[in-house]
Design a binder for this molecule. Structure first.
Ligand SMILES: [Zn+2]
Length: 382
């Protein structure tokens, strides 16, 4: 998540705050100071309510942080890389670099968050009982924190991906059917349903006059819907590419060029006339590098006739795959190294180029044709 400021590190986890968190902080403080506290604990000064509101908001976000840390620490104990935690308007997210390796791991990572919140709810509930006779701001604070932690725990258990409950559901289906893709499809459908219920509930609240809480609920629904949709699409892309080899998708027999070629000729004849975006560079039949439009952009146009391909090409590291590599693996490499294309080589001979455009075109073609046209691929899916 961009536009975050760093808060520091806790237990080796980078903690950041997204600027939208400030909006949530203000809104929650306000609704507590003007609504919840005066109506539940009447008779205190305005300053007390506002101070208590602000302290409560901070504790609420600390509670969210503890919830996320539970996810992150369990994920790390399962051997996953955790980049950090970001707090934002709707709560917190842990940035995990990969998906869980097994249904059991995913289950443990997902369930620990809500359980942590419920334990916090119980702890604050116990504290509340201990001080409930005093009718002081501490009584009010412990009551509120007990309530919100229970809400956090139970809300996150709703069976809609990407909520924790949806991940638990996915882990359960994944464990039973052994199909990660099927499990993701079902869990993200659950996510969409939960999201629509939230939107409908929010709209009803707005219509009955509770404008701000209604909008808030509807926005949470909208956010959940987007998150469920993007996870679903990502999974469908992985599924569409499953078992597909680079040789089925790549540009075959790409033109190769000589390192001594002048850049102006390269641009005119290959990039402009033939619409190429990248070319393998061969010398005496051997692969020596790759040149792309991005490499040329670094050279002033006036210098093109005097510059040779050898001067600006990428010669190491040369990222490449073989025709037998899975396209999904090629896509991962493109993303990991932030590249637009990879060379497809056999020995040190270039047999093709695979680019992001090739892969996107392939996915579009497959989804236009419908899966029924590829019974072989369908049978391979779990
Ligand atoms: Zn969670």
């Amino acid at each position: 998540m961009k536009a975050t400021f760093r808060l520091g590190r806790i237990a080796g986890l980078e903690i950041g705050i997204h600027y939208t968190w400030l909006l949530a902080f203000a809104l929650i403080t306000w609704t507590l100071a003007e609504g919840f506290y005066p109506s539940s604990f009447p008779g205190w000064s305005k300053a007390t309510y506002w101070g208590l509101g602000a302290v409560s908001s901070i504790f609420l976000f600390a509670s969210v942080l503890v919830h996320e840390m539970a996810h992150s620490l369990v994920a790390r104990s399962k051997g996953m890389e955790v980049e950090g935690i970001t707090l934002f308007i709707f709560g917190g997210v842990s940035s995990l670099s990969t998906e869980a390796r097994s249904a059991g791991d995913e289950f443990a990572i997902a369930i620990v968050g809500p359980l942590t919140s419920i334990v916090l709810g119980l702890a604050f509930g116990g504290a509340y009982l201990a001080v409930s006779g005093q009718n002081s701001p501490v009584t009010a604070l412990t009551a509120y924190l007990s309530l919100v932690n229970f809400m956090l725990g139970f809300f996150n258990l709703l069976p809609g991906f990407p909520l924790d409950g949806g991940r638990v559901l996915r882990a359960a289906i994944w464990g039973t059917t052994k199909s990660f893709y099927k499990a993701t499809r079902i869990a993200t459908t659950g996510g969409r349903m939960v999201a629509f219920l939230f939107i409908a509930w929010g709209v009803l609240q707005v219509l009955s006059g509770n404008i701000l809480p209604g909008l808030w609920i509807a926005f949470i629904g909208w956010f959940l819907h987007n998150a469920a949709d993007s996870s679903r699409q990502e999974t469908l892309v992985q599924e569409a590419l499953r078992g597909v080899r680079v040789s089925e998708v790549m540009d075959q027999h790409p033109d190769t060029i000589n390192p001594a070629l002048a850049v102006d000729v390269l641009v005119r004849e290959f990039f402009l006339q033939r619409g190429k975006r990248a070319l393998p560079v061969h010398e005496n039949g051997h692969l020596v590098g790759i040149i792309s439009i991005t490499d040329v952009k670094g050279v002033a146009q006036g210098d093109w006739p005097l510059t040779r391909v050898a001067q600006i090409m990428t010669s190491s590291p040369l990222r490449s795959v073989t025709p037998e590599t899975d396209v999904a693996e090629a896509l991962r490499m493109l993303a990991e190294h932030n590249l637009n294309q990879l060379l497809v080589i056999t020995g040190d001979v270039t047999v093709g180029i695979i680019s992001r455009e090739n892969i996107i075109r392939y996915i579009q073609l497959m989804s236009d044709q419908g899966v029924s046209r590829r019974p072989g691929a369908l049978a391979r899916r779990g």
